[in-house]
Design a protein around this ligand. Sequence first.
Ligand SMILES: [Zn+2]
Length: 389
Amino acid sequence: MNVLFRNASLCASRTLCDLAVVDGHIHFPQDSEDIRYDRVIEADGRIVFKGFADIHTHLDKALVADKVKNQSGTLEEAISIMGPYKASMSDEDIRERAEKVLQMCWQNGTRYIRTHVDVDRHIGVRSVQVLKQLKDEWADRIRLEIVAFPQEGIVEDHGNYLALEDALKAGADLIGGIPANEADPAEHIRMIFALAVKYDCDIDMHIDENDNPESLTILELARQTIENHYQGRVFAGHLCSLGSCDENTVSRVMHAVKQARIQIISLPSTNLYLEGRGDRTCVRRGIAPIKTIMDSYGIPTAIASDNIRDPFNPFGNGNPLQTALIAAHGCHMGGVHDLENLFYAVSETPMRMMGLDPVFREGDVCPVVMLDAVSAEEAIISQSKIIEF
Ligand SMILES: [Zn+2]
């Protein structure tokens, strides 16, 4: 089907132009052309783009909140109750829940997802294998990346480390990590780099997901990134502890991050829910200072859903515009410039992080998503829906 979008706003830019899909390829029509279109859509300035990217989620654990109840609402309880439950999850159960979330994400305009998948000696690589199947089955709708994630730690449990290597052999695209939860974070990072180098894969870690301003394993991650010549291949998720640090410390960390070309992924919904649990008054928000990071340091920063209705976070609907709105509240980002940055943080920035080009080019074969909004601020404030065509 040949479709013409007349007066479309490409991505969040306010430049209007005509965009067409001809025989499955992107085409920018010229006045002199005589192409027969099956549909002509009057976009009237609405955003037409390649779709949203949710670069940090957990499809294997999603939608279990009703079965695994977190009474305290803390990260510690979430990890401790999810541990034994994971081993009992059947492949069919994992598949059914993950596919439900993929469907939710698809309906909200998401076309690219990076999911962390738990790997340990109890569940082995079963979840990775299920997600690998879904990755193939959904390839024509959503591009899925799988991160092998050692939630239960590896330094003191060699069985978990062996399972992590098995996950890379089984087809995981990236290797994850969670150093701050180990007694020896530097060793955790060293062990992850050893596997990353061996299998030539990128690294995407859960970093400093706590309120302790002295928890700065990000500095060790930056140091080892340079030591291993891995600049540009490492992603740091969370960085919650930075939300409790003074400005000088944030500046010191950001310079190290920039030098190591580490890219940042903030998870505002889960952070607002889990962090600050020890505070009775002046409850901290527990989110990395993304406005400062974006505006003052120019470090690529994405935001993502993280957990969707599991013991870590009972909320979430697979809608990146909801993630952006939560970030807008949590990070005091309500200006037009802020909202544009947040829109990019759920679309163009994470796409680039996944090695994809978010800009439409003549001849591209790519998803085309149309939003019922003429600007980033309208999309986020109105929580605009996508328009089917
Ligand atoms: Zn996560």
